[in-house]
Design a protein around this ligand. Structure first.
Ligand code: UT7
Length: 329
């Protein structure tokens, strides 16, 4: 069994939904029209009392295990891609997930690659299975970016939402993961970063002088994202020996509907192949790809043999493309 395939998928969203109009009512100097027009976002979910990166990660992980029919004790490695770890530093969110889900004493660690974290974690888990004793891996992407947003900055606060998505990867007799392209360019670190600034305004309206938060040069990120995705996807398709016509579904990181449409046009991907959850969930950072994959699965849109392209990009700057053949029926 020298191949690795996705055998389960799940997701978890916070219970509190915040619409664009809710943000206007909260006092953000914006409008539903502006947010929809510039990003495609209509609402996002934000953690409230009793919810955090960990609870979302556990919820998504539990659902992916059930969907795969894999018992917690059969998981050989746990990876959580996140920029909002439950604790700053340690213990890792992955170790807490391992305990909460009753997984054995296997390697568990977090991975920091911002919105590209899911792709990075998939590749890492893939190598754990092909190169080690693990037969199954639990890969979770979970972020609660609302906790590192400055709610006084309308250029960022309207874009992000919280959530988690997860997959189980398993050793397989037939190919699942077909191609993986991971990239980084630290010279672009400044265009999207978490840093100290003026006291951060929380969603509740209090101010925290010591809290770092997200800074983004939106237009630059937009341009770099489009250029890097086009190159990365082109390389991935060449590597796999296929064309855009062969793809069944394309799951872009849900940062901006316009980015997805522009890139789709440049790559000649038929618009109906672009999976989108941005309207209802906003940009959930690393979680957006597995959340959208789970959305497709729940719609019954994923069939055995489908070719699914998953494309991440974000802070670092990092970007990545993963091509999988869906093997679940
Ligand atoms: O997951 C991480 C990756 N992130 C991304 O991929 C984000 C990439 N960038 C973007 O998605 C877009 O650049 C944004 C959605 C962030 C912004 O859209 P834009 O078309 O680039 O707008 P802009 O930043 O150039 O701002 C245009 C105008 C400005 O006003 P003036 O200077 O023209 O008077 C902004 O002050 O829109 C104003 N503006 C807003 N107006 C209403 C900025 N934010 C808002 C807002 N509501 N929330």
């Amino acid at each position: 069994m020298s191949y690795v395939a996705i055998t389960g998928v799940g997701s978890c969203l916070p219970k509190r939904q915040v619409t664009n109009d809710d943000l206007v009512a909260r006092g953000v100097d914006t409008s539903d029209d502006w947010i929809r027009d510039r990003s495609g976002i209509g609402a996002r979910h934000i953690v409230s009392e009793g919810e955090s990166t960990l609870t979302l990660a556990v919820g998504a992980g539990r659902m992916a295990l059930a969907n795969a029919g894999v018992a917690p004790e059969d998981i050989g490695v746990v990876i959580v891609a996140t920029s909002t770890q439950e604790y700053a530093g340690f213990p890792s969110t992955a170790c807490l997930v391992q305990h909460e889900l009753g997984i054995g004493s296997v390697p568990a660690f977090d991975m920091a690659a911002a919105c590209t974290g899911f792709n990075y974690a998939l590749t890492t888990a893939h190598h754990f299975i092909t190169g080690g004793p693990a037969k199954h891996a639990l890969v979770i992407a979970a972020d609660a970016l609302s906790s590192i947003i400055n709610w006084a900055d309308r250029g960022t606060c309207v874009l992000f939402g919280d959530g988690a998505g997860a997959v189980v990867l398993s050793a397989s007799d037939s190919p699942g993961i077909l191609s993986e392209q991971l990239y980084s360019d630290g010279s672009l670190g400044d265009i999207l970063k978490v840093d100290q600034g003026e006291p951060r305004e929380t969603f509740e309206g209090t101010h925290d002088a010591l809290a770092p938060y997200v800074f983004m040069e939106g237009r630059k990120v937009f341009k770099v994202a489009v250029e890097s995705i086009v190159k990365s996807v082109t390389h991935c398709l060449l590597d796999a020996g296929i064309t855009a016509d062969d793809l069944t579904h394309v799951v872009f990181h849900q940062a901006n509907q316009r980015i997805m449409s522009v890139v789709g046009d440049k790559l000649n991907i038929a618009p109906e192949k672009l999976a989108m959850t941005i309207e209802k969930y906003g940009n959930t950072s690393a979680a957006s790809i597995p959340i959208t994959l789970d959305d497709l699965n729940k719609q019954g849109a994923l069939k055995a043999g489908d070719l699914v392209l998953m494309v991440g990009f974000g802070g670092g700057f990092t970007w990545a493309t993963t091509l999988v053949k869906w093997t679940k029926s």
